[in-house]
Design a protein around this ligand. Structure first.
Ligand code: FES
Length: 115
């Protein structure tokens, strides 16, 4: 199975079944990426920067390329996590602000609001 590594302050790496999207792989590994449009290639909140293994991702289709072009994310290493499918080992950098809040963050919000 391909190994996917998400570069992140907490560092996360693991093996996932081939042909999962990076978004699905992240969810399976317990690091859900933001995906405001539900994985429909229309928001870019799932965007990642590929550090290694670009050739091990599925080709960019029209919808993904169109959105990346409109958002001026034209560098070839930029991919949408919901569209790029894992075909082999890959290492991606995820902007910190792209990660959903952890359950710890949620509990802290609850404690704050109950005071
Ligand atoms: S989740 Fe919106 S573009 Fe990927």
């Amino acid at each position: 199975m391909p190994r996917v590594t998400f570069i992140h302050p907490e560092g996360k790496s693991g093996e996932v079944p081939a042909d999962l999207s990076l978004l699905e792989a992240a969810e399976q590994m317990g690091f859900p990426l933001n995906h405001d449009c539900g994985g429909n290639a229309s928001c870019t909140t799932c965007r990642v920067d590929v550090v290694a293994g670009l050739e091990n991702l599925s080709d960019i289709d029209f919808d993904e390329q169109d959105l990346l072009d409109r958002e001026a994310l034209i560098e070839p290493y930029r991919r949408l996590g919901c569209q790029a499918r894992v075909l082999g080992d890959v290492i991606v950098q995820v902007p910190e602000e792209k990660w959903e809040k952890t359950s710890l963050d949620t509990s802290q919000e609850v404690e704050t609001s109950s005071q």
